[in-house]
Design a protein around this ligand. Structure first.
Ligand code: MLT
Length: 387
């Protein structure tokens, strides 16, 4: 008899983003002409940069000129080498430690397979819901939430008297938009070294960091290559949410056996990412591509500044928005789902309730700055009507 994996049934709530989509669809069912101001899921609102398009076109042409079969499971050397040159040159990471994939979610699900089910996992609260959910789906039962609260500027504090095996960190954190400083991250690396933990460092939003005291990569911290696996994506820094491209760095220094089983896992379970998408990634990392993609990021940052300023002018408190495309808005009263409903129904603003990212997110709303100037103008127009 077929039996389903009961670990999946332990997830009792619907995944956050489809739930938001459902609420949007319900509203549009009631009011088909409603013009939504979409600041919900962090998805791009600009077309691909010209260099990226050129990279895709060239690759498609090449594939039409000669047979092009399977590529290496871990990604083509041209991309792995360029990633190291652009991102990790200063930190002693080798191209053979970079593994290309379709994105961070798949990499996280893949990596956590390498560890025993009974490992003690730490996840931030609030944070990207995937970390906790995939841990539950993988049958893990020992999961501790690390509160990121307002009193500490939403930075995760290293716990005293506790140990974890696997630690999920996200910086800049989604949803708060708060990025870990060198000092804060150094404490976590030290904690992992002392307790022999492994840190999964999600740096999906590294491209948005502008603060001088914030590292873009965990490998900027001395000794991190002995305890940390870093995850990056082209989604937010180069607009690849629809193309799909990311990578993770698995340093050999964590342990030779971890590195080896990761290579074995990848070779067995994946045939890699498509050639045109990897070529597009290479183009995004060319001199010109980097300029074009940085300009797109800058444009999202500008929208973020305006959103934040307009809320502050109305007397609200907001965090984030500086090193991240998310604005973390403290709501005046009530709970974040009720406030979400009010924004949606009365002002047609689609946001994300903070509690969707964990209990410590209650009392906040996340707004995405992956929007156009026109959307921000509409937001400004309606937000002053908030009662
Ligand atoms: C978000 O809105 O938090 C993200 O864009 C969703 C994702 O990256 O999967």
């Amino acid at each position: 008899m077929v039996t389903l994996n009961s670990d999946f049934q332990k997830i009792t709530k619907q995944y956050l983003f489809p739930l938001i989509d459902e609420k949007k669809a319900e509203l549009l069912g009631r009011e088909p002409d409603a013009q939504l101001i979409n600041m919900g899921i962090g998805d791009i609102s600009l077309p691909l940069a010209p260099s990226v398009v050129q990279g895709l076109e060239n690759a498609a042409r090449e594939m039409g000129e000669r047979p092009f079969g399977y590529g290496p499971a871990e990604g083509y050397a041209f991309l792995r080498e360029r990633i190291v040159e652009v991102e990790y040159g200063a930190y002693g990471i080798g191209a053979e430690e970079v593994f290309v994939s379709e994105g961070i979610n798949s990499d996280l699900c893949a990596i956590e397979e390498l560890f025993d089910r009974d490992q003690h996992v730490a996840v931030l609260d609030p944070t990207y819901p995937v970390y906790g959910d995939i841990s539950v789906m993988a049958g893990r039962h020992n999961i501790t939430k690390i509160p990121c609260i307002e009193e500490h500027g939403f930075l995760p504090q290293v716990p005293k008297g506790e140990k974890f095996d696997l630690i999920y960190l996200c910086s800049p954190n989604n949803p708060t938009g708060v990025a870990m400083t060198y000092d804060n991250l150094r404490e976590w690396v030290e904690f992992a070294r002392v307790n022999q933990s492994v840190i999964f460092f999600d740096a999906a939003y590294a491209g948005f960091i502008t603060s001088k005291d914030v590292p873009k990569s965990i490998y900027e911290i001395e000794g991190a290559e002995e305890v940390a696996i870093e995850f990056r994506s082209f989604s937010k820094s180069a607009g690849f949410t629809g193309l799909r491209l990311g990578y993770c760095v698995v340093p050999k220094k964590i342990s030779k056996s971890l590195y080896d089983i990761w290579v074995l896992r990848q070779n067995t379970k994946t045939n890699g990412t498509s050639y045109p998408v990897q070529r597009a990634g290479l183009s995004a990392l060319s001199e010109q591509g980097q300029k074009e993609c940085a300009e797109q990021v800058r444009s999202y940052q500008r929208q973020g500044e305006v959103i934040k300023k307009s809320l502050e002018e109305l007397g609200f408190t907001c965090l984030g928005g500086k090193d991240s495309p998310y604005i973390w808005w403290k709501i005046p009263s009530g709970n974040s789902w009720d406030f979400f409903d009010k924004l949606l129904n009365e002002l047609k603003i689609v946001a994300i309730p903070g509690v969707g990212f964990g209990e410590c997110g209650e009392g906040f709303i996340r707004l995405s700055s992956f929007v156009t100037e026109a959307t921000v103008e509409k937001f400004k127009e309606v937000i002053c009507k908030l009662k």
